[in-house]
Write a protein that binds this ligand. Structure first.
Ligand code: CA
Length: 240
């Protein structure tokens, strides 16, 4: 597993590198935002540890650029923030970070958070295929499975087997996006990028309409969603 560490404070960067090295990860280190983008495309890491306040472009901007153009591998992103910095969790996660850690942190805490994130990719079946989640887009969670090649999505029931979902192309792509990252908060504009790309013009609220339609097809009680949740002020996330 490759990790890219982006941190301008040399001591913290070195502490992270030593700690994660000892745990068997291969680490690259860089110290500013623009260098981070370059290193990201060169190394194609599984995980990026990204300091929020950086010279050049800041961590949120680095995160947004990686999410817009992830290359071959869409990585996990763990944001670092110093205590006292007004880091807004919702803003951070809506930009596409998967988790964040507040400095100062203990090496043990950092290792635990890194392992927790990388376990998510194991659950999604990414590890055996070298982590190329986009190349074999088949997802399974406790209650859902989706096969992009065959364009089949199914809902699993605890006792009575499963049922194929009758989805439009847009609803299918929306569900695939959510299943690709359980727990990740998606802003409306990120979902628009994924679903319509550059062809989109109009009101972001169109996302809400499609989410509502998808809920009708996957939720036992669409007015009280169990899987596809609204994150107030940020967007939506899928949890199963
Ligand atoms: Ca910093």
């Amino acid at each position: 597993m490759q990790i890219l560490i982006v941190e301008d404070e040399a001591e913290i960067a070195e502490l992270l590198r030593l700690t994660l090295d000892r745990e068997g990860f291969t680490c690259g280190v860089c110290h500013d935002g623009l260098e981070a983008i370059e290193q990201f495309y060169r190394l194609q890491p599984d995980l990026v540890i990204l300091d929020w306040m950086l010279p050049g472009i800041d961590g949120l901007e680095v995160c947004a650029r990686i999410r817009q153009k992830p290359g071959d591998k869409d990585p996990y992103i763990l944001m670092l923030t110093a205590r006292g910095e007004e880091f807004d969790r919702v803003v951070g996660l809506s930009t596409g970070a998967d988790d964040y850690v507040v400095k100062p942190f203990s090496p043990r805490e950092m290792v635990a958070r890194v392992r927790a994130l990388l376990r998510r990719s194991l659950r999604q079946g990414g590890a055996g295929s070298g982590g190329d989640r986009d190349a074999s887009p088949t997802y399974a969670t406790q209650h859902f499975s989706l096969d992009s090649d065959r364009r089949v999505a199914r809902r699993q029931f605890e006792a009575q087997g499963s049922e194929e979902l009758d989805l439009t192309t847009l609803e299918f792509n929306l569900l695939a996006t959510f299943l690709s990252y359980p727990g990740r908060v998606w802003s409306r504009s990120q979902l628009i990028d994924r679903l319509w790309g550059d062809d989109f013009f109009g009101d972001e609220r169109v996302v809400d309409t499609h989410v509502a339609r998808l809920r009708k097809k996957i939720e036992p009680d669409p007015s009280n969603p169990q899987f596809l949740k609204t994150v107030i002020g940020a967007g939506y996330k899928f949890e199963d």
